[in-house]
Design a protein around this ligand. Structure first.
Ligand code: ADP
Length: 297
């Protein structure tokens, strides 16, 4: 059986009246690249912060390598993306790597780390002179210096351009190919599709889907029925709704039936289009409530 590196069991975290994580359970097996997807405020960061020991659950238990996440025995085997990328400005990137590496018993070599994250060109530059993207890339690479068994990457590439993101993905992929385990949150579905083997969709603090990326893609066999309408009646079988002005897209597993129901409802509409769903639609289907009342145009 695969070793479970981290485990949350019935974990709830409140901030005052806000329930950020709501009775969530998840196991992170060795070797897996797990994606956490969810809208802003869904509870992804709170969950990660509990795994890395920055927050305590209000109730339930979180374990990291069989210990409390605050235990040094657990922390030594874990890496995470720093929240901010503050580094000594006068040190060269390579020197910063050495500095961080000195804290670990068996760090990855400077050369290897620079190659893994395509950072060779910044090795001899002072971090104060690096661009935002370069700094971010270096900061993320630093999460891997100690040869962690498990890395938590919270929105690692938000705001970075596509090329920088790809360089980071290469680094994360190489780490995973060598047996490393990672949890990654992202706004970019493309990033999760590219990296993760398993995806948990979190909405309102709860895991609303937990499946392989392939299975989620199959769910994206869902259909999208798009119409132009001022008012759309509540119809059975609608699992998600997207709306832009008077253009409404209804997401459903059975577009034929939905079109029949739509016509039978007598509601006026125009420009009917049926298209196949994407991973994004699957995501929306899980995180958007079907309307109970007619949306206003
Ligand atoms: P995500 O990472 O998915 O965007 P978060 O875990 O950051 O979600 O937030 C989940 C919920 O908890 C949100 O409603 C957020 O406003 C709230 N929250 C997060 N951190 C705090 C905090 N330190 N104090 C109060 N509320 C917080």
């Amino acid at each position: 059986m695969t070793e479970v590196l981290a485990r949350a069991s019935g974990v709830t975290r409140r901030y005052g009246d806000v329930v950020a994580v709501d009775d969530l359970s998840v196991e992170i097996p060795a070797g897996q690249l797990l994606g956490l997807l969810g809208p802003n405020g869904a509870g992804k960061s709170t969950l990660i912060n509990m795994f890395v020991g920055l927050r305590k659950p209000t109730s339930g238990a979180v374990e990291l390598f069989g210990h409390d996440p605050r235990d040094v025995r657990a922390r030594r085997r874990m890496g995470m993306t720093p929240q901010e990328t503050g580094m000594p400005e006068t040190l060269q990137a390579g020197e910063v790597i050495e500095f961080v590496a000195a804290h670990y018993p068996n760090p990855i070599s400077r050369k290897e780390l620079l190659a893994q994250f395509h950072l060779e060109d910044v090795e001899r530059r002072q971090t104060g002179g690096l661009s935002g993207g370069e700094k971010r890339r270096l900061a993320i690479a630093l999460a891997f210096v100690g040869r962690p068994d498990l890395v938590f990457l919270d929105e690692p590439t938000t705001g970075l351009d596509v090329e920088v993101r790809r360089a980071l993905w290469d680094g994360v992929k190489a780490y995973n190919a060598a047996g490393g385990t990672a949890v990654i949150t992202s706004h970019y579905l493309e990033e999760i599709e590219e990296l993760a083997q398993r995806v948990i969709i979190i909405d309102n603090g709860r895991a609303v889907a937990d499946d392989s990326v392939d299975a989620l893609r199959r769910i994206s066999g869902l259909r999208k029925v798009t119409i132009r309408a001022l008012e759309v009646p509540a119809l059975p079988g609608v699992v998600g709704v997207e709306q832009a002005g008077d253009v409404v897209s209804l997401i459903t597993a059975d577009s034929d039936q939905l079109v029949r129901d739509l016509v039978a409802s007598g509601a006026p509409f125009a420009d009917l289009e049926v298209s196949s769903g994407s991973l994004e639609d699957a995501f929306l289907a899980y995180t958007t409530k079907a309307p109970t009342a007619a949306p206003t145009a």
